[in-house]
Design a protein around this ligand. Structure first.
Ligand code: PCA
Length: 201
């Protein structure tokens, strides 16, 4: 089995993004699974194009995209991706669309195909705070979540994909916001891989 995991570069006023940092700490093989990692620019369409190219090049069985959701407590697994770009701030390519469909003729929304109940249970069992989130927002994380799910459904329906938001880590110096140690985020991602590796598709 092969899993493609993506993270994002820092964006906004931040110089650190735990979703990029955790990739550096993950092995290339875990639980009998090959792990491919991709760091994405926080730029609409460009990020998505990189993912589509990687899906074609690597033909993974599962795609898990990670991003930072500063302010959230614990790890959140996203249920729904919406076909809207409505950016609160500029992305790293200076784009700030409002109320624009990401893909013109695509459905309004897609659900994750990750086994989120299993993932949350396994994470909680390991002492990692994790819960289901009902909105990935309308910025670049949702853009990649939606675009990848839509691409897989149209081209490789057997590939499961979804999005996981990470909280701040203490390296970010945002002690007013909930934080999780990077070691715990690494442990969480290894657990996610174990669950996916043990899931029959
Ligand atoms: N978080 C942003 C985009 C990149 C990231 O790590 C988001 O939640 O949309």
């Amino acid at each position: 089995m092969k899993i493609l995991i993506s993270g994002f570069e820092p964006f906004g006023n931040d110089t650190y993004n735990p979703s990029m940092e955790v990739l550096k700490r993950l092995p290339d093989f875990w639980a009998g699974t090959e792990i491919k990692k991709a760091v994405l620019p926080v730029v609409r369409f460009e990020s998505l194009r990189i993912m589509e190219d990687l899906i074609e090049a690597e033909r993974p069985d599962a795609v898990v995209s990670l991003g930072l959701a500063a302010g959230r407590k614990g790890i959140t697994i996203e249920r729904t991706a919406v076909n809207i770009d409505d950016f609160r701030i500029k992305d790293n390519g200076s784009n700030q669309p409002h109320d624009e469909r990401i893909i013109k003729d695509a459905p309004d929304a897609w659900f994750t195909s990750l086994p989120y109940r299993k993932l949350i249970a396994a994470l909680n069992e390991k002492g990692v705070q994790a819960s289901l989130s009902e909105s990935a927002g309308t910025f670049v994380c949702n853009h990649v979540f939606f675009g990848v799910r839509n691409y897989c459904m149209q081209n490789h329906p057997e590939v499961i994909s979804g999005f996981i938001h990470l909280p701040c880590t203490d390296e970010m110096g945002k002690s007013d916001l909930p934080e999780m140690p990077m070691d715990m985020i690494v442990k969480a991602m290894l657990t996610v891989i174990e669950v996916l590796a043990g899931t029959q598709f």
